[in-house]
Ligand binder design. Structure first.
Ligand code: GDD
Ligand code: MN
Length: 366
């Protein structure tokens, strides 16, 4: 009985995402975009780079934006630094003195309040004529045509937010398995209508939507809640497949994974109601479906696995032979990397839910 219940839960846990993934991949991955891109559309863009102790990367990052294949007079850069102690703002000033034709503004905050509040603060400095606002991380590197290609999607008036696909600079295969799975899911969701997750290393927004609706500011709100919020206004929030951004894996992978999972969970718990409260919410059938499947996968599904494992352990403890076999089988499967990566992701989501109850940090260590 216990073993049967455990198997049933495990079955739901594994088949829902698998069925969803298979459906997306077979039906949507190779479909053309139903978006009218225009490579000649060249609106005014503001790129916002939040920094906290980025001395190692900031000059390369500015070079990277500066050398984008996009008319330089149409690009404003805002660096918002929160009391870095490693001389980041000085490096920004030095870089600007060497690149006088870059429209760069440095904003220095007297204390560190976290990335979220820094970028919300930076919005106050965006020129009114800006059509597109792009947020990016100091350690994220764009291919030279990234901005050019991403902006082209905004020529379609239904598009409100565009995020790039991430690849890792290190040969961290775990990250790459995780990414290649999620990149596909996000792109398919985007082709259907919108995706609820976005990537902080490159996320672009139609500025007028920010002025009209604002952006989420609840603690733990982040790249994905920004994207989901825009999707809830009825505009499309998409991840695209022709813009890729590289990001090094740095600091503790474990800490970072938990934090990402915490932010994703908060996104799924809060953004929809937040949009309703702000009067920004508009019902879009295609996105609602995607939202609730992803909500299930992030909020409910990991717990089914946990309960299932606990049941099997209890049954094994009681000396049931079938449950012992099931348990050994479940453990043996860990030799397969994708399965291992999946299980780890579930553990991150579970730990992150618990951690969300205890703390909502707005600043982080690497
Ligand atoms: N101004 C400011 N103030 N910037 C900050 C602060 C702060 O207090 N804290 C972090 N940043 C900046 C960093 O300098 C970097 O440019 C960017 O925010 C992302 O921070 P990282 O330290 O590089 O964190 P990450 O690589 O783990 O970030 C990932 O997860 C975040 C959410 O947890 C990325 O996906 C981010 O885009 C995402 O926001
Ligand atoms: Mn980073």
């Amino acid at each position: 009985m216990l073993t049967k219940a455990a198997l049933a839960l495990a079955l739901i846990h594994f088949t829902t995402p698998l069925a969803y993934y298979t459906y997306l991949k077979t039906t949507w991955l190779n479909k053309p975009w139903n978006i009218n891109r225009d490579p000649n559309y060249k609106p005014k863009v503001t790129v916002i780079v939040p920094t906290y102790n980025e001395a190692k990367f900031i000059e390369k990052k500015l070079d990277d934006i500066y050398s984008q294949d996009y008319p330089r007079n149409l690009v404003d850069i805002i660096v918002i630094d929160s009391a870095s102690t490693d001389g980041t703002p000085e490096l920004v000033k030095k870089w600007h003195s060497e690149h006088k034709d870059a429209n760069l503004k440095l904003v220095v905050e007297p204390e560190r309040r976290g990335k979220l509040y820094a970028i919300l603060e930076a919005l106050k400095h965006v020129h009114v004529e800006s059509d597109i606002v792009v947020f990016t991380d100091a350690d994220a590197f764009w291919e030279p045509r990234a901005l050019n290609k991403a902006v082209a999607y905004f020529a379609d008036p239904t598009v409100g937010a565009v995020t790039a696909s991430i690849t890792y600079t290190d040969n961290n295969t775990r990250e790459n398995i995780y990414r290649s799975y999620y990149n596909k899911v996000r792109i398919c969701e985007s082709k259907i209508y919108s995706t609820p997750a976005q990537n902080g290393p490159f996320q672009a927004f139609r500025a007028e939507l920010i002025w009209k609706y604002g952006l989420p500011d609840f603690p733990g709100s982040d790249d994905s809640s920004f994207g989901s919020y825009i999707a809830f206004t009825g505009y499309r929030a998409i991840q695209v497949d022709d813009v890729s951004v590289k990001e090094p894996v740095r600091g503790s992978e474990f800490r970072r994974k938990i934090r990402r999972a915490q932010h994703l969970i908060l996104n799924f718990l809060k953004t929809r109601n937040y949009a309703k409260r702000k009067g920004a919410y508009k019902y879009v059938k295609q996105f609602e479906k995607i939202w609730w499947i992803e909500w299930w996968l992030h909020i409910v599904n990991p717990w089914l696995l946990l309960i299932s494992i606990l049941l099997v352990i209890v049954a094994t403890y009681k000396g049931l032979l079938t449950s012992t076999v099931v348990l050994i089988f479940g453990i043996a499967l860990l030799i397969f990397k994708p399965y291992r990566v999946w299980i780890m992701q579930q553990i991150y989501l579970l730990l992150a839910s618990l951690r969300n109850i205890l703390t909502k940090e707005v600043t982080w260590e690497r």
